[in-house]
Write a protein that binds this ligand. Structure first.
Ligand code: DX5
Ligand code: ZN
Length: 228
C-alpha cells in the first residue's frame, strides 16, 4: 500500500506561494493539495485557476484541486487548463454529479468526490466505479487548523471497504484521501482506518522544518498495520 502525503497550501505563506510549494516538494511531499473556496459554498475565499497556473511550473508533483465552490462545472475546464491533475468536488455543490465527473475526465483530469462530515457515503452507490479519488473530510470545510473529528474513522473504514470491493471487481485504482486536522500524532490512526492519501495544512506548513515533519509522518505510517 502506497501512502501519499499532500500538504495543503491553504496554510502556506500566500505571499510566497511558489517558494512554499517548492519547499514542500523538496521536503518529500507526494501531492500538492490546492483548496478552492468561493465564500458561497463555504464561508471563506481563497485562490483560483490563475494561481494554479502560476504554481504549475514550480513543481512536477500532481496538483490535487479541492473545489469548495458552487456551481462546480463552470470552473472545471479552467482548472484543467491551469494544470490540475486531480479535481474533486462536493456532491451537494453540483446539480448533476455524474455529469461533473464526466466533465472532469473529458478535460483529462482524475475525478474525486468529497464527503463532508455529515454527508453519507450513499453518494458512492452510482459513482464509485467512475471515480479516481474519494475524499473524506474530517473537519467541516472552509478553514485550516480545525480539530480532527474522530467519529470519521469508522466512515473512512467503510469507504475503504467499498473501494476494495470495487477494485476487486475491476474498477480503476481509487485513492482514499482524508482532509482536515491531520498531524504527525494522528496520521497513523487515519492510515489504520484505511486512508492512503493524507492532506495536512497546518500540520506541515505550521511546522518549522517541513522535511522533518514529513519524515516523521512517513516513519509513523511505516509502522501502520491495517486490520484486514
Ligand atoms: C479545509 C481544507 C483543508 C485544510 C486542511 O476546508 O479543505 O484542506 O487546508 O487544513 P488542516 O490540515 O490545517 O486541517
Ligand atoms: Zn482540502
Amino acid at each position: 500500500m502506497a501512502f501519499r502525503i499532500a500538504p495543503s497550501i491553504l496554510s502556506a505563506d500566500f505571499a510566497r506561494l511558489g517558494e512554499e510549494v517548492r519547499a514542500v516538494a523538496q521536503a518529500g511531499a507526494d501531492v500538492i493539495h490546492f483548496d478552492v473556496m468561493d465564500n458561497h459554498y463555504v464561508p471563506n475565499l481563497t485562490i483560483g485557476p490563475q494561481v494554479c497556473e502560476a504554481l504549475r511550473p514550480h513543481v512536477s508533483l500532481p496538483i490535487d484541486v479541492h473545489l469548495m465552490v458552487k456551481p462546480v462545472d463552470r470552473i472545471v475546464p479552467d482548472f484543467a487548463k491551469a494544470g490540475a491533475s486531480l479535481i474533486s468536488f462536493h456532491p451537494e455543490a453540483s446539480e448533476h454529479v455524474d455529469r461533473t465527473i464526466g466533465l472532469i475526465h473529458e478535460h483529462g483530469c482524475k475525478a474525486g468526490l468529497v464527503f463532508n462530515p455529515a454527508t453519507p457515503l450513499d453518494w458512492l452507490d452510482h459513482t464509485l466505479d467512475k471515480l479516481d479519488l474519494v475524499l473524506i473530510m474530517s473537519v467541516n470545510p472552509g478553514f485550516g487548523g480545525q480539530r480532527f473529528i474522530a467519529s470519521m474513522l469508522p466512515k473512512i473504514a467503510e469507504a475503504r471497504r467499498r473501494i476494495d470491493a470495487a477494485t476487486q471487481s475491476g474498477a480503476r485504482e481509487i485513492w482514499l484521501e482524508v482532509d482536515g486536522g491531520i498531524k504527525s500524532d494522528n496520521i497513523a490512526e487515519v492510515a489504520a482506518a484505511g486512508a492512503d492519501t493524507f492532506v495536512s495544512g497546518s500540520g506541515i506548513f505550521g511546522s518549522k522544518d517541513y522535511a522533518a515533519t514529513i519524515r516523521d509522518m512517513r516513519t509513523r505510517l511505516g509502522a501502520v498495520r491495517r486490520a484486514a
